[in-house]
Design a protein around this ligand. Sequence first.
Ligand code: CTP
Ligand code: MG
Length: 168
Amino acid sequence: MCKEVLDLIALALWFILPAYVANGTPVVLGGGAPIDGGRRFTDGRPIFGAGKTIRGFGAGLIAGSLVGVLQGVITGQCIYAMLGLLLALGALVGDLLGSFIKRRLNISRGGAAPGLDQLCFIVLALLFASPLMLPSWEVILTILIITPPIHLATNFGGYKLGWKSKPY
Ligand code: CTP
Ligand code: MG
C-alpha cells in the first residue's frame, strides 16, 4: 500500500515537473515590463497586474521546456520534449488566468486566493498537455492533491530566501 502511494507520487512528480519549473522560474528570473503593459480592464482594474512580466513568462517557458528535453534525453522518448513545452505553456497561461480572475475579484497583486493560486496553473498545464498525453486518472488525482502543499512549501522557501515578498 505504502509503496503504491510512493509510486503514484513519483509518477505524478515526474509528469508534472515541467509545469512546476515553469511556474517557479519567474519568481527568480522575472521582473521588468508587465505582460499587460500596465493596461486596465473594463472594470478599471489591471488586466493581469505588475506581477506577470514578459521576462518571467519567457524564462518560465524556456526552463520548463528544457526540463521536458532533459526528460526526453533520459528516457529516449522525444514525446517528453513536446510534453514539456505544452505543460510549461499551460502552467504560465494558467498562472495568467489566475491573476486575471484575482484582479476581477478585486484581489490586488500578491494577495492570496487560496485554491486559485495553487491549482489554476496545474489545471491549465494538464489541459494543454491533454491533446498529446495524459497520465492515468490516479496520477492526475495525485498531482491535484500534492500540488497545493508543494506550492505552499516552495513559496515559503522562496520567501525565506528573499526571492518572494509574500510567504504564500
Ligand atoms: N513573475 C513574473 N512573471 C510571471 C509570473 C511571475 O515576473 N509571468 C514573478 C513576479 O515577480 C511575481 C513573482 O514571480 O511577483 C511571484 O509570482 P506570483 O505569486 O504568481 O505573482 P504575484 O506577485 O503574487 O501576483 P498575482 O497576485 O497576480 O498572482
Ligand atoms: Mg502570488
